[in-house]
Design a protein around this ligand. Structure first.
Ligand SMILES: NC(=O)c1ccc[n+]([C@@H]2O[C@H](COP(=O)([O-])OP(=O)(O)OC[C@H]3O[C@@H](n4cnc5c(N)ncnc54)[C@H](OP(=O)(O)O)[C@@H]3O)[C@@H](O)[C@H]2O)c1
Length: 521
């Protein structure tokens, strides 16, 4: 079979460790079904040349054959001559991958035009190669048709170096970073014109941080839609691996036909880390960074960064002290202009005004209990005070509630603090719960246990906790006859607000809701 591949395309390649013919055939079939363009058959543990010949000739997808030695992170313990002998049995493969350090690429250049093409690769599992420039020069000086460099990323900035390598490539190239911080290099490989990227079949080998399965690549990360002009969005936080935001926003982009991709962006705690991330990503040529969601622990850092850079900041985000959304405009390709807003407060307000059938302004004078004085509690208090509500803050640590009340009392609404143990005697009829009590895996707990307030059909209880969707707090409130709203409503509304801020279009809320409910269901 002629496996001539178009060099201008970025192939989606699934690595398969070969143990026997049946398993290899099954995995190739699964890869083909999942939409792979190529498979990399890893024959590290195969010593039978006939098996290599069979798996290659029976593959329904073009094949890269690799027999990686242990000294380059593989499993093959054979000396180079024996590896070369095994690889010579893969003459029906489209490509053979050999290590720069082995020198095997010099032997793998038969004159036959139908021979497999050569990929010469270099891996560094300990981090960025010390002599990156020299390695790249050496790779490019080989007779290989494709060059490949892979290293373990320490921070997101390693990905940028991988993209620069691709932008400056002399031959079709692969530049990938391993580890959770390197996930970007895999997904955006297509945007930056890599020869290929790897995605695993859904099996245990795919669970290492940074590995993306082919199903995730296609369904969540919009592989088929990514192109050179695709705009990049993402959620900045730490930890971030389990965030639902990429699935929600990418589904929304797909539904709305927007040329964008949304990624998890792991940035370590601390202002300097946040600033370094922003500076390097904004400066990266061709990155098209267009919008960011900001989550724990960076909402305050985002505000500070925008203040330093004379970004445009929504006044209420300033008074809350937290920015959860950034939009980056580049009018006429000039310097980026950043805008920061907070979509959390609107999400909290609308989560209670919608079921009450009132406008935000009609919260003036309403008595609202805010339980919790952390980040979400603070956002709720600032927003309610802004609209003139009378707020009572109940928090485990009383001093924190006092400080929050002092900060917002009297500006527009009345804000006071009270002991959490006095919740049962509250005069409020709207409740906003913002502590982490009742959150997975402690779903059996509720802040109402032992201090249940008097609830009626006129009461409204909103629980910011969204995992589980039906919390014990909501169940207790429903049993007492109150109306209830779960945290999914806030999550959805803050995400929809971000989508609108970035794109100027109404968010496809129902698709977003479906994704959240599937995830939490
Ligand atoms: N639905 C959404 O879109 C959304 C968005 C953001 C957050 N949330 C949820 O809101 C909750 C709080 O998040 P956050 O970012 O505001 O957290 P945070 O800043 O860490 O604040 C946590 C709050 O919970 C209180 N708390 C924690 N454990 C407690 C306990 N065992 N007993 C009594 N009080 C306790 C803390 O009281 P102390 O002051 O005494 O420590 C503090 O008031 C989380 O469940 C989060 O998932 C939901």
């Amino acid at each position: 079979m002629d496996w001539t591949l178009a060099s201008e395309m970025t192939y989606l390649c699934v690595p398969i460790f070969v143990s026997d013919l049946a398993q290899a055939r099954r995995d190739v079939a699964l890869a083909a079904e999942a939409g792979a363009d190529l498979v990399e058959l890893r024959v590290d543990e195969v010593t039978d040349g006939d098996l290599i010949e069979q798996v290659v000739s029976q593959s329904t997808l073009p094949v890269i054959v690799t027999c990686r030695p242990t000294w380059e992170g593989g499993r093959c313990e054979l000396p180079d001559e024996q590896r070369a002998a095994l690889l010579s049995r893969a003459n029906k493969a489209a490509y053979i991958d050999v290590e720069l350090k082995s020198g095997l690429w010099k032997q793998l250049r038969p004159s036959d035009e139908n021979r497999p093409r050569t990929i010469v690769s270099f891996h560094d599992f300990s981090g960025r190669p010390d002599k990156m420039h020299n390695v790249l020069t050496e790779l490019n000086q080989t007779t290989a048709e494709i060059v490949k460099i892979v290293w373990s990323a320490r921070t997101l900035r390693d990905n940028l170096e991988a993209f620069e390598i691709l932008q400056n490539r002399q031959k079709p190239s692969v530049a990938l970073c391993m580890g959770e911080a390197g996930m970007l290099s895999r997904i955006l490989a297509k945007k930056f014109g890599a020869f290929l990227t790897f995605a695993s079949l859904s099996n245990p080998s795919a669970t290492a941080p940074g590995q993306v399965t082919i199903e995730q690549m296609k369904r969540i990360y919009r592989w088929d839609a990514i192109g050179p002009d695709t705009k990049v969005y993402g959620v900045v936080g730490s930890p971030i691996a389990h965030s639902m935001s990429p699935a929600i926003h990418n589904a929304a982009f797909s539904q709305a036909g927007i040329d964008g991709v949304y990624l998890p962006l792991l940035v370590n705690a601390g202002y300097e880390s946040f600033k370094a991330f922003m500076e390097s990503f904004l400066a990266m040529r061709g990155m098209d960074l267009s919008g960011l969601s900001i989550t724990i622990p960076h909402k305050e850092n985002a505000l500070r960064y925008l203040q330093e850079k004379a970004g445009r900041i929504e006044p209420l985000a300033q008074s809350i002290g937290a920015v959860n959304t950034i939009r980056i405009d580049r009018n006429g390709g000039g310097e980026p202009v950043m805008h920061g807003i907070n979509t959390d407060y609107g999400a909290i307000l609308d989560s209670i005004t919608a079921p009450l059938g009132i406008q935000r302004e009609e919260l003036a004078g309403r008595r609202v209990a805010v339980i919790g004085a952390g980040g979400t509690g603070r956002t709720a208090v600032a927003a309610l005070a802004h609209y003139g509500a009378t707020v009572v803050i109940y928090n485990r640590t009383r001093e924190r509630a006092d400080a929050l009340a002092d900060e917002f009392n009297g500006k527009t609404g009345k804000v006071v603090a009270a002991e959490l143990s006095k919740l049962s005697g509250t005069c409020c009829d709207i409740f906003i719960h913002t502590t982490s009590i009742g959150m997975h895996p402690h779903a059996g707990a509720s802040v109402f246990d032992g201090q249940m307030p008097k609830l009626s059909a006129d009461s409204l209880v909103f629980d910011a906790v969204y995992n589980p969707m039906q919390t014990r707090l909501l169940t207790l409130a429903q049993q007492a006859g109150a109306r209830t709203v779960g945290g999914v409503e806030m999550f959805l509304r803050q995400a929809a607000g971000q989508f609108h801020f970035w794109t100027g279009r109404d968010a496809p809320v129902e698709i977003m809701r479906q994704v959240i409910e599937q995830r939490l269901g």
